[in-house]
Structure formats: structure tokens, C-alpha cells
Design a binder for this molecule. Structure first.
Ligand code: COA
Length: 373
């Protein structure tokens, strides 16, 4: 079987960020305005008053302290409560394309490659900003790459599923060098007026270059020992937005066209599945638990990550064994585990092993076991 490596990774971080305090201040101003506007109905028992959010709750429940966003002012504007990202003309690069090109350039640099070496691009993300043409084809054009390109979406597991697709393409011979990008504009599908979830997501883009070990020239290579994917249907994380079911003009039915989840159930159901998958995956590859130097986990909730790491390792993880980036980035959907991998890989020595693992809506779980070369 052809040996395949990750030869480079890249990260694009938006220039704007929102702290919990700033987010909560805007949310609470929205709540107070809502309650004042609906005071009569609230007093008559016809409308439920909205409750305020709290920055200490957010940090305690999730570990999140801030998030990067593509547009801050629109999110904090209480008459809007969503990013202001004006539509661009068809002649301009789209926003996701712009993000992906920036992350891709870093991945190419680290891999010692140029766009001309790339012959396949997979754009894997939770949300594409349009139906077609595929974002990946626009990114291919903007970079000047050859070959073919396509989009795919498996929600928070898009990147690990994309990684397996890239490995399969290189092994099967349909491509030599695959660029997999994850432009996640999660703020676009977040309901900033929902107290339970307004703090969860941030925006970012990651990029991963995958190619044959035999011909890779990178000094940052990780051999991909194996990839493993799993899906199991669940309604506990859902977004019903789609071209067949737009909300009517009154806005009725709009809420479920954004991210909704039953967070407690997700937590309880997904953590054991994830720990079991990682344990089974390393066992299949004859990698002992003691041989796992690092877990680059999906970044949704610090308590979830600690629980998964504890179940896999059989003890509490040291901070460097399961690095956390969600404190600064929040949940960036499929990009989270790749950000952790990108930021926490350069200290790894040849022969050391680690696992990238994502989990999310579907449910979907993806893992990749890596060895530093
Ligand atoms: N500010 C203050 N209080 C809040 C709040 C907020 N923003 N949001 C909820 N609360 C309150 C609730 O009303 C509830 O109060 P009660 O106990 O009086 O009923 C209490 O805090 C606990 O709420 P709950 O929603 O049960 O919180 P939680 O501890 O389960 O944490 C999540 C919420 C979402 C952070 C957590 O469930 C989680 O991370 N789940 C997994 C998420 C995930 O991975 N999703 C995948 C997405 S891709």
C-alpha cells in the first residue's frame, strides 16, 4: 500500500475577535430591549421573558473565553445580531475562497510546494456560502492549481472525512498532491439571540496538504498510519437551512434554519463513542496507548476534551497531551482539531505518534493516527 503523509498545514485566523464579556454585553442589551418591548405581554403571561447570559457561565460550561470572527460589528449590533458580510459580485473572490487561499499558502510553504504541484482540492466545511459552483473549484482557480476540485460537508467532522478522501485519492492514484481546506464561517449559522448557544462558535480556516511519502520534500512530515470514520444518525445537532425550506416572510420557522443542539445529550452520547473509536483505532494499528504522545481533539468544549482524553489514556491528560485552542478560538467546527494539530506539532520528535479526532453533527466521528517522520 502507498505510504501517505501530511506534508504541511496552514491556518488563517480572522483579524477581529469578540471576548465573552463583549458578547454577553451585547446579548444582555438585546434581552433587556426585548423584555421592555414585550413588557405588557410578559406581564399578561403571554410571552416568556428572555434571561440574561453570563460570561462566567460560558467559561465554566465550555472553556471558551473569546472567538475570532469575520465581522464583529454586525454580531454586536443588537438590531442585527449576525455578521455583516455584504454579498460580493461574481467577479470578486468569495469570502470562503479568500480565507482558504490564505490558509493554503501557509500549508504549501510548510510542505515546500507551490500551487502548481496540487492536482486535487477538497473544500470540506460545515457550511458553503453558496450551492455552486463548488467553493473548491473557485479556490483551485484562485491558487492556480490543476487537476480537479470538489466540496464536501460532514459538519464538525468535515476535515477528518476530507483527510480520508485525500489519502484515498493519493493511494488510488487519482491525485498526487491533495490540498484539503476548511473555511469555517460558523458565525453565519449561529443564532446570536439564543442564550444556550450564542457563545459556541468562531470563524477560521485551516489547510492540510496530503501526498505520497516517497516523493514528499517537506521537513514537517507526518505519516498517516490510518484513518477511521464513523457515522450514526442523530437529531441532537441540527441545522435545517436549505434551499427547499426558507423561513416565511414573518420569520416564523427561522430559528431551526440556524444551529440548534441538545448540548447535554450530545455531551453524554458522543464522548464515549469518541473514546471508543480512538481506542479501537490505535489498537487496530498496533499503537499502544503509551505510544500516543498527543491527542489533537475536536474543540467544542473543554470538559468533553478532558473526558475523552481521560477515557483514552486511562488517567488525567497533561495539558500538552491534549492541547486546547477553544479558549481563544471557540468551536470552529471541522477546523478545531486541525488548528490544534497545526499549533502543537513542531515539538514532536521523529517516531512520536498522535491522533487527530473530530466529532459532531450526524453524529460523525473521524480519526487519523499519525507518526512524525
Ligand atoms: N448564560 C447563563 N446561564 C446559562 C446560559 C448562558 N449563556 N446558557 C444556559 N444557561 C443555564 C441554563 O438555563 C441552565 O440553568 P438551569 O440549571 O437553571 O436550568 C444551566 O445554565 C445549565 O444549562 P445547560 O444547557 O444544561 O448547560 P451545560 O452545562 O450542558 O453546557 C454546553 C452547555 C452547550 C456548553 C454543553 O452542553 C456542551 O458543550 N455540549 C456539547 C456541545 C457540542 O459539542 N456540540 C457539538 C457542536 S458541533
Amino acid at each position: 500500500m502507498t505510504d501517505v503523509v501530511i506534508s504541511g498545514t496552514g491556518l488563517y485566523t480572522p483579524s477581529e475577535s469578540i471576548s465573552n464579556e463583549e458578547l454577553v454585553e451585547a446579548f444582555n442589551a438585546y434581552v433587556n430591549r426585548f423584555n421592555e418591548t414585550h413588557q405588557a405581554e410578559i406581564e399578561a403571561g403571554e410571552v416568556e421573558p428572555m434571561a440574561e447570559s453570563s460570561a462566567p457561565f460560558i467559561e465554566k460550561a465550555s472553556g471558551i473565553r473569546s472567538r475570532f470572527v469575520m465581522n464583529k460589528s454586525g454580531i454586536l449590533d443588537i438590531s442585527r445580531m449576525c455578521p455583516s458580510l455584504p454579498e460580493r459580485s461574481n467577479d470578486e473572490d468569495s469570502i470562503q475562497c479568500e480565507m482558504a487561499v490564505k490558509a493554503a499558502r501557509e500549508a504549501l510553504d510548510r510542505a515546500g510546494r507551490t500551487a502548481a504541484d496540487v492536482d486535487a482540492i477538497i473544500c470540506a466545511a460545515s457550511n458553503m456560502q453558496r450551492a455552486y459552483p463548488a467553493m473548491a473549484v473557485e479556490i483551485q482557480n484562485a491558487l492556480g492549481a490543476g487537476g480537479f476540485a470538489y466540496d464536501m460537508n460532514v459538519a464538525c467532522s468535515s476535515a477528518t472525512f476530507g483527510l480520508q478522501a485525500a489519502v484515498d485519492a493519493v493511494r488510488g492514484g487519482s491525485a498526487k498532491v491533495v490540498l484539503m481546506v476548511n473555511p469555517e464561517i460558523c458565525s453565519g449559522h449561529l443564532n446570536f439571540a439564543d442564550r444556550d448557544s450564542h457563545f459556541i462558535f468562531g470563524d477560521v480556516c485551516t489547510a492540510v496538504l496530503v501526498e505520497k511519502k516517497a516523493t514528499a520534500v517537506s521537513v514537517h512530515q507526518f505519516e498517516i498510519l490510518g484513518t477511521k470514520l464513523q457515522t450514526q444518525y442523530s437529531n441532537n445537532i441540527r441545522n435545517n437551512f436549505g434551499f427547499l425550506n426558507r423561513a416565511d416572510e414573518s420569520g416564523v420557522g427561522a430559528e431551526d434554519k440556524l444551529f440548534v443542539q441538545n448540548g447535554r445529550k450530545v455531551f453524554k452520547e458522543v464522548c464515549p463513542m469518541v473514546a471508543d473509536q480512538i481506542s479501537a483505532h490505535i489498537e487496530e494499528l498496533d499503537v499502544p496507548v503509551a505510544g500516543v504522545k498527543r491527542l489533537w481533539l475536536h474543540q467544542a468544549n473543554i470538559n468533553m476534551n478532558n473526558l475523552v482524553a481521560r477515557k483514552v489514556l486511562g488517567r488525567d491528560p497533561e495539558p500538552e497531551e491534549a492541547p486546547i485552542i477553544l479558549d481563544e478560538y471557540a468551536n470552529t467546527s471541522s477546523a478545531g482539531s486541525i488548528i490544534a494539530f497545526h499549533k502543537y506539532q513542531d515539538d514532536m520528535k521523529a517516531g512520536e505518534q498522535g491522533v487527530i479526532c473530530s466529532f459532531g453533527a450526524g453524529y460523525s466521528i473521524g480519526s487519523a493516527v499519525l507518526r512524525k517522520l
